[in-house]
Design a protein around this ligand. Structure first.
Ligand code: CA
Length: 557
């Protein structure tokens, strides 16, 4: 839609004048990053023609479904590297099974080049906002609660876009987008939210059980006598994890009594609760007149607890076992979609959020199988994940896409497909590209051949087609840029000292364009506020801990 109103002449002008001409463009169209305009300038006519045909496909589809745009189910799997689900032969290689996701993969499109961000929080923020997480200062995965920070209310999430246009919206599972009131999912566009506020480190490194298994030293008063303790807030205590809320209402903490510590039994209960809520919400949503968006981000397979009761596997790893269990849960959801008779007009996405966790190597059973690297890094192993999209009425079953796609593209693509692109804000850069042509027309119809990979606030690497540069220290001569060929060297082990030298000028100017756009549209500062506001039933020990935490926050101002 966005390209139709823009003439080729305008596009050429835009490229000639670069950022100077942006404001004119920004009024009508979504503001993208610089590299998009390079590609648009070369393909404007073709893409405009495709877009016209796509509009027809979408309107015919809507008419066939009694005016109802498609439902969206987005299932994001935590910390599982490329190759670990959806590919039966690789299940054999790794000694566990994901039969339900494997079957699902045959029913839709599989992606070989889905890029995410290096860790949980940034990937999820990129999906929610359609933007590189550095732009919203959501680039860091916070580990230790409380945080006193989170996604800003000014960000326009995909849930807000869909909710505004009349979708029912539900979030279930991990959130990890901050613990301040404005960041809660029910304040970011979801009608209903049952969520784990923080990441899973709370259970894996901060409990008496984690300490008993050697994952932590002297953190829990239950496991050893603490001596000479002057500062009562040095050790994290009394944090909030399972929270439930509805749009416009106060949230409440779920399932824990005052005076009781969160333990791994609570973690397992929370996981099971999320799964049963995903099922019951799905049944409720399927029966409603409105279309729906169900966002399910399970906490499993992350599970350091070796006493877990997941299925036994030849692999034997604790996370691998939970992955196999989670596959069964996902199977239940897919079966329910079928039973409710909504499969044809429901888009289901199943994908990983980042690479495997290095710290869990050995016990988890996972590793970096095909691409090198782990969560928190910027080699492909950290940011290339399995992704599968099923949309029976549109996407050809068993199809594969070798085109590049970034998790932020889902934002723009979902908006396009659901007819809600007009609700995407025009006053900021949206990195997500509309990839509906790739879904509808298939392989080789993608509109992206690049991605900038940030490590925290810093640009760490840039990919263009099959080449990738890891940005060296400032001042390094451009002829020394370390360039890799990702097809020939998927583990990024052989720098093309000479063979890739032809690409160094392009990479350098590409980076300059990207940074020039950032000067025009600067990144936001991190949002700070008081943790856990808007929760009606905080435990007394949590309130007491917060008083000390707020006092410490004051000192940082
Ligand atoms: Ca993750």
């Amino acid at each position: 839609m966005e390209f139709i109103t823009v003439s080729k002449y305008q596009n050429i002008l835009l490229i000639l004048f670069g950022i100077l001409s942006m404001p004119v463009y920004a009024v009508e169209s979504i503001q993208h990053d610089a590299e998009h305009y390079i590609l648009l300038g070369q393909h404007a006519d073709q893409w405009a023609a495709e877009d016209k045909a796509i509009d027809k496909v979408l309107s015919d589809l809507k008419a066939r479904n009694n005016g109802k745009p498609p439902n969206i189910i987005y299932i994001l799997v935590d910390d599982v590297g490329f190759g670990e689900f959806g590919i039966p032969l690789l299940n054999g290689v790794r000694g566990f099974e994901t039969p339900n996701i494997n079957e699902f993969a045959t029913q839709g499109m599989s992606f070989s080049r889905m890029y995410t961000e290096p860790s949980c929080t940034p990937t999820r923020a990129a999906f929610l906002t359609g933007r590189l997480p550095v732009r919203s200062a959501m680039f860091e995965a916070k580990i230790v609660p409380p945080e006193g920070t989170g996604i800003n209310k000014g960000e326009v999430t995909i849930a807000e876009v869909l909710s505004e246009s009349g979708y029912n919206t539900v979030h279930i599972g991990k959130w990890h987008q901050g613990d301040i009131e404005q960041a809660y999912p029910h304040n970011q566009g979801f009608d209903v939210a049952n969520f784990a506020m923080h990441n899973q480190a709370t259970f894996n490194f901060m409990t008496a059980e984690a300490e008993a298994e050697g994952w932590a030293h002297s953190v829990s008063p239950e496991s050893e006598e603490l001596a000479y303790v002057v500062d009562k807030n040095f050790r994290p205590r009394a944090w909030v994890l399972g929270v439930e809320g509805k749009k416009g209402e106060q949230a409440s903490e779920w399932g824990i009594k005052p005076g009781k510590a969160l333990d791994s039994a609570y973690y397992d209960r929370l996981n099971r609760r999320h799964q049963s809520q995903a099922m019951s919400e799905l049944r409720r949503l399927a029966k409603a007149d409105k279309p729906f968006f169900l966002n399910y981000w399970p906490l499993y397979p992350v599970d350091f607890n070796t006493h877990g009761d997941g299925p036994k596997t030849p692999n034997g790893g604790s996370w691998v076992s939970r992955m196999q269990e989670l596959d069964g849960w996902i199977g239940e959801i897919l079966e329910e979609v079928e039973n409710q008779g909504i499969a044809d007009n429901t888009i289901v996405v199943i994908m990983g959020d980042n690479g495997p966790m290095k710290q869990a190597l050995g016990s988890s059973g996972f590793t970096d199988m095909i691409y090198r690297g782990y969560k928190g890094e910027t080699t492909e192993g950290a940011v290339r994940v399995n992704a599968y999209i099923r949309w029976p009425e549109v996407i050809m079953a068993g199809s594969m896409a070798g085109d590049m796609i970034h998790v932020s593209d889902l934002y723009t693509t979902i908006a396009r497909i659901t007819g809600t692109s007009d609700l995407i804000p025009r006053d900021r850069i949206i990195d997500g590209i509309d990839q509906s042509s790739l879904l509808i027309n298939g392989d080789n119809h993608g509109r992206r051949d690049y991605v900038h990979i940030y490590n925290g606030p810093s640009l760490a690497a840039t990919v263009k087609q099959q080449f990738k540069v890891h940005w060296p220290a400032p001042g390094t001569a451009s002829f020394k840029l370390p360039v890799y060929n990702l097809y020939r060297d998927p583990r990024e082990e052989h720098v093309l000292n000479v063979e890739g030298m032809w690409s160094v000028s392009y990479f350098t100017s590409m980076r300059e364009r990207h940074l020039a756009f950032k000067r025009k549209f600067p990144d936001s500062e991190e949002t700070h506020a008081r943790a856990y506001e808007g929760i009606s039933n905080l435990r007394p020990e949590t309130t007491e801990m917060l008083e000390r935490f707020y006092a410490a926050q004051e000192l940082s101002k």
